[in-house]
Write a protein that binds this ligand. Structure first.
Ligand code: ADP
Length: 481
């Protein structure tokens, strides 16, 4: 297969910047596509060429298949990297690219299709021996059938949109009395978010962890795993902190889960980077949740501990190259990622839009910042209000946590409200230091995490802002030692 000459990045923000970096390092030309509000963005400036899609919101720009294909044809791009979100799991887009002789840096459309639907993917992987959460994924969507099936599964149960993603269309239902209202409300949300209101039922796993495996396949049918990531710290089913290796994760359990992850990938002849997500119960039982057929937001923690560049691997696999090794690479140290958002934790985490008057991060070797904005950038209402991903590395977990606390306290954002203080409190709790994580962790502690900082803490924060050259005592440091 001919090497790729020019990649069009069908995305925006930090992930577009991140893909452009790797492509440039590999000597591949890059094209950014952008909407009107993104005209002056960092990713547009970083690319070799930029093509205006027009439009403001996602639907009229980044999600418009025809416009993006036209951009490829006009600029002569011979491959597209879709990033995550937008068109990354859109089979119509992948197929249209194929028809136009443009390579899609991702799996084949049939793999995306098979994993794109929670009902279909559950049935498929279960057939291949991957454990799935006990539940109901039958044809009938009759309320009477849901009632009978929920009773068989046993309460509490989780009603989930088959087309779901991003934690949408999901409801925990505790009693038979709540069933009908819960299902109807999940269906309503599913219809408005995905245009598909099919629901499946799963047993609700109490106080679980979210552990996922990064897998990689090549065009020769080889699939390996690149270790796990623990993404248990979530808010409303959305990840807030991600790390690898998973804390308190016995090696026997890891081997079993890794084996199931590879089986899931093999069941769709997977090529490229994918993530198999599992839910892990308190007594060590684990079940397949879903497979994401794209690069994941949290992929940098895997890169920080393996030394690999997953985007480079994606490009190489797309060019038909075999995996560099069929062995899982060794992992070194521990990496943590947090997502810094322009949002107001005190107002229910509502996006906080506006100009970023000042943005700065500490510079140090053990810290990686993936960001699509700079001082002067605007956080708009049109897209995800993420400011940056902050990824730290340490020789071991506690060192990494300590460094993360230092980096968070030295990060400065003037302008929109942010979740910085919330994150600082979260990663400085004793339970987190001990690795006692679960998907309920944030909800259980929300009021504590949202409390105003006391005066002493504020003093340190202010000192950090105005006298950043002065060594500032970190009020949270002592807790971990
Ligand atoms: P989405 O595609 O919307 O992200 P997932 O199926 O991946 O949905 O689940 C997202 C999160 O919801 C999981 O990480 C977990 O915290 C929670 N969750 C999903 N299924 C269950 C379940 N059966 N029991 C308890 N929690 C669940």
């Amino acid at each position: 297969m001919k090497p790729i000459q020019k990649i069009l990045i069908a995305n925006r923000g930090e992930i577009a910047v991140r893909v452009i970096r790797t492509a440039k390092r590999m000597g591949i030309k890059t094209v950014a596509v952008y909407s009107d509000p993104d005209a002056n963005s960092l990713f547009v400036r970083s690319a070799d060429e930029a093509y205006p899609l027009g439009g403001t919101d996602a639907r009229s720009s980044y999600l418009n298949v025809d416009k993006v294909i036209e951009a490829c044809l006009t600029t002569g791009a011979d491959a597209v990297h879709p990033g995550y979100g937008f068109l990354s799991e859109n089979t119509t887009f992948a197929k249209k690219l194929e028809q136009n002789g443009i390579r899609f840096i991702g799996p084949k459309p049939h793999s995306i299709e098979a994993m794109g639907d929670k009902i279909g993917s559950r049935v498929l992987v279960a057939k291949n021996g991957v454990p799935v959460v006990p539940g109901y994924e039958g044809e009938s969507q009759e309320m009477s059938v849901f009632k009978t099936e929920a009773a068989k599964i046993g309460y509490p149960i989780m009603a989930k949109a088959s087309a779901g993603g991003g934690g949408k269309g999901m409801r925990r239902i505790d009693t038979p009395e709540e069933l009908e209202a819960g299902i109807l409300s999940a269906k309503r949300e599913a219809m408005s978010s995905f245009g598909d209101d099919r629901i499946l039922l799963e047993k609700y796993i109490v106080n679980p962890r979210h552990v996922e495996f990064q897998i990689f396949g090549d065009t020769k049918g080889n699939i390996i795993h690149l270790h796990e990531r623990d993404c248990s710290l979530q808010r409303r089913h959305q990840k807030v902190v991600e790390e690898t290796p998973a804390p308190n994760f016995p090696s026997q359990l890891k081997s079993k889960m890794a084996e199931a992850a590879i089986l899931a990938g093999k069941s769709v002849q997977y090529e490229g980077a994918g993530t198999v997500e599992f839910i892990l119960g308190e007594s060590g039982e684990f079940y397949f949740l879903e497979m994401n057929t794209r690069l994941q937001v949290e992929h940098p923690v895997t890169e920080m501990t393996t030394g690999l560049d997953l985007v480079e691997w994606q490009i190489r696999v797309c060019q038909g190259e075999p995996l560099p090794s069929l062995e899982t690479p060794a992992q070194k140290g521990h990496a943590l990622e947090v997502r810094i958002y322009a949002e107001d934790p005190k107002e229910g985490f509502l996006p906080s839009i506006g100009k970023i008057h000042h943005l700065s991060f500490p510079t140090r070797e053990d810290l990686r910042i993936d960001s699509g904005v700079v001082t002067g950038s605007e956080i708009t209402m049109y897209y995800d209000p993420m400011i940056a991903k902050l990824i730290v590395w340490g020789e071991d977990r506690l060192t990494a946590i300590q460094r993360l606390m230092e980096c968070l306290s030295e990060t400065i954002v003037f302008g929109p409200k942010t979740n910085l203080q919330f994150l600082q409190k979260l990663v400085s709790t004793d339970e987190f230091a001990k690795g006692h994580v679960s998907t309920h962790f944030i909800a259980d502690k929300e009021s504590e995490l949202l409390k105003e900082n006391n005066k002493e803490e504020m003093k340190y924060a202010l000192a950090g802002l105005f006298f950043s050259h002065v060594e500032v005592k970190n009020p949270w440091k002592a807790k971990v030692n």
